[in-house]
Design a protein around this ligand. Structure first.
Ligand code: DC
Length: 212
């Protein structure tokens, strides 16, 4: 079984996906963390992000291990670092590159092979696992999404004000939903859930009831 959860930044995908995975005893995969990890890798290797030849070379030796709550690059724990504002500012661009997406989608399908899994991202229901009947598209008003990001310690945005976060979210959403390859969009057969006024438990209930 694959449960696909897509949607823009700050809609509660991670919290909900993790919770549903725990409640149903399924594996949890955060695909955004994979794009973030490669972005961090390129930045920390000092590779100019417009040097596509070097990025391709780097991607060939990129070795990621991802568990339900930790991310490792070449065995080094980068779980916190991939949430830095520098990574967040560059991840949309990196994830728009065709060769990067090709490799990540391959890895995601490999991870999902032979196991029951909850996968969250932007193109899970449309591209990565289009055949799953369990597709959900989470959305929320941008004001509320910015508020959630501000209160989410894992996003390492302390010291940033609501308006700045809101602008950054809007910019990333625009980029993610207008890119040429696998843009963020709702799959035609995905259940749309507006989480603006819903609690995590309520969203999980809708998903679990629908899956069951
Ligand atoms: O979910 P997140 O904010 O950690 O994702 C970081 C970025 O990665 C997001 O801005 C777009 C990209 N992404 C993607 O293109 N496809 C996915 N399946 C997941 C994330």
């Amino acid at each position: 079984m694959v449960i696909a959860i897509d949607g823009p930044a700050g809609t509660g995908k991670s919290t909900v996906a993790k919770s549903v995975a725990k409640l149903l005893g399924l594996f949890y995969l955060d695909t955004g963390a994979m794009y973030r990890a490669f972005t961090l890798y390129a930045l920390s290797e000092g590779t100019p992000l417009d040097d596509l030849k070097s990025l391709k070379r780097l991607l060939r030796r990129f070795s990621i291990t991802i568990t339900a709550d930790r991310v490792y690059i070449e065995g080094r724990d980068v779980t916190t670092e991939i949430r830095s504002s520098e990574v967040t500012a560059n991840v949309s661009y990196i994830s728009s590159l065709e060769f990067v997406r090709k490799k990540m989608v391959e890895l995601q399908r490999e991870i999902g092979k032979n196991r029951d899994i909850v996968v969250e991202g932007r193109d899970i229901g449309t591209v990565v696992f289009p055949d799953t009947p369990n597709k959900f598209y989470l959305d929320a008003e941008v004001e509320e999404r910015a508020r959630r990001r501000l209160n989410d310690e894992k996003d390492a945005v302390s010291g940033t004000d609501l308006e700045t976060i809101k602008k950054s979210i809007e910019k990333r959403d625009r980029f993610d939903s207008t890119r040429a390859i696998s843009p963020l969009k709702r799959a035609h057969d995905a259940t749309y859930i507006d989480t603006t006024d819903m609690s995590v438990t309520e969203v999980c209930d809708v998903i679990i009831r629908s899956v069951q």
